[in-house]
Design a protein around this ligand. Structure first.
Ligand SMILES: [Fe+2]
Ligand SMILES: [Fe+2]
Length: 138
């Protein structure tokens, strides 16, 4: 089963600084799957899970700055979603850490999929639409 996700133009907001960061997060997501496929230990998987979460948190903070700068109308809701995603994923990271080596890695991959890929589709693409609409009006 191939769970890796290939980056494509359909994920682009056409805001290069955000798109570049998203593409890097895709790479991190795929690297985690690769580690899982290579049957890395729970300790190793926990490290790489937490590293990716750290990258996501850094990206979220940067994206929030950008949203504020452009006067994004849904900033508050979007930031709340970021905060909740990070909070939930930290709990999942903790579960991963405490799991023995007979783990079913699927729920952990799903968690990363939610925070990296689904979030772009469900929320971030709207930032792009807002930005380009505003640009046209100006
Ligand atoms: Fe976001
Ligand atoms: Fe994002």
């Amino acid at each position: 089963m191939n769970m890796k996700k290939e980056w494509s133009d359909s994920y682009k907001l056409d805001i290069p600084i955000i798109d570049d960061a998203h593409e890097k997060l895709f790479d991190g997501f795929n690297q985690f799957i690769e580690k899982a496929e290579q049957r890395a230990s729970t300790a190793e998987l926990t490290i790489s899970f937490r590293e990716l979460l750290q990258d996501v948190a850094t990206h979220f903070a940067e994206e929030e700055e950008i949203m504020l700068d452009m006067g994004y109308s849904s900033f508050k809701t979007h930031k709340e979603i970021h905060d909740n995603l990070i909070h939930d994923a930290n709990e999942v990271a903790h579960d991963l850490e405490l799991t023995n080596d007979e783990i079913d890695i699927l729920p952990f991959i799903e968690c990363l999929h939610t925070i990296v890929i689904d979030h772009i589709i469900e929320c971030d693409l709207m930032i792009g639409r807002f930005y380009h609409k505003k640009e046209k009006e100006e």
